[in-house]
Ligand binder design. Sequence first.
Ligand SMILES: [Fe+2]
Length: 282
Amino acid sequence: MSYDRIEVTPLAGALGAEIRGVDLRRLDNQTWSEVHEAFLEFHVLAIRDQELSPDDIMTTGRRFGEPNFYPFVTGMDGYPYIFEVIKEPSETRNFGGGWHSDTTYLPQPPLATLLYALETPARGGDTLYCNTAAAYDALSDTMKDLLGRLKGVNSAGLKHSGGRSAHHAAIGGMKIQGADTADSYEAVHPVVRTCPDTGRKSLYVSRAHTIRFEGMTEDESRPLIEWLQAHQIRPEFTCRVHWEPGTLTVWDNRCTQHNAVNDYNGQRRVMRRLTVGPQTPI
Ligand SMILES: [Fe+2]
């Protein structure tokens, strides 16, 4: 794909690109179509130097799909779908640490997440991403065949990091809600999903949210879930986004996972987050 209206600089071999030369508040059809093409090609776009109000974030998000509701953080006043991800200098726990795709425990998880940086640490606070389609491609045919017949049971309970209530209780700067209901959020999705836009298959399983395979016990499932998690995050499947105030990163939850690196204690980091495009994984 060639890009005429936007500047596209790949971040790594597997996925990710930095986008410059675009103002998301003023997108003509051709420019939007190039941004969307780049989204499908690179899966993670760090779009630099944006000045976005909450309304602008909503308008940009709606280009990808209808907004998704997030159950565990209260939205901004007047913008129920956007919430602030804040880590204060006094806090040591961060939000979004640990590899995952967003809200896979919903029946229709969002195809894309938009995260907009307002305040970033002088150093640290990057986000890691991995390409779960590349990870799928690298499997043996026998493993692909096995996984193609499995479904994952995905829970919001964060059972492998002490439970969501305990996890969120340690996050002080954010408007957390409903953590005690997390165990009631559960959804069964194929372990291998196919992107309806590209036809490409990807792994859709995570240590954070997938508690077992359907028809199997947690004990039986755990070793394969652990192996798949380790496989997906091999360095050759990853990229890293460094944030600056004004960076809007949008990623494809259908074929990536992300991990917010918690290496900036003592500094403040403030982002705004919107998920869009509820889609039943197939
Ligand atoms: Fe996330």
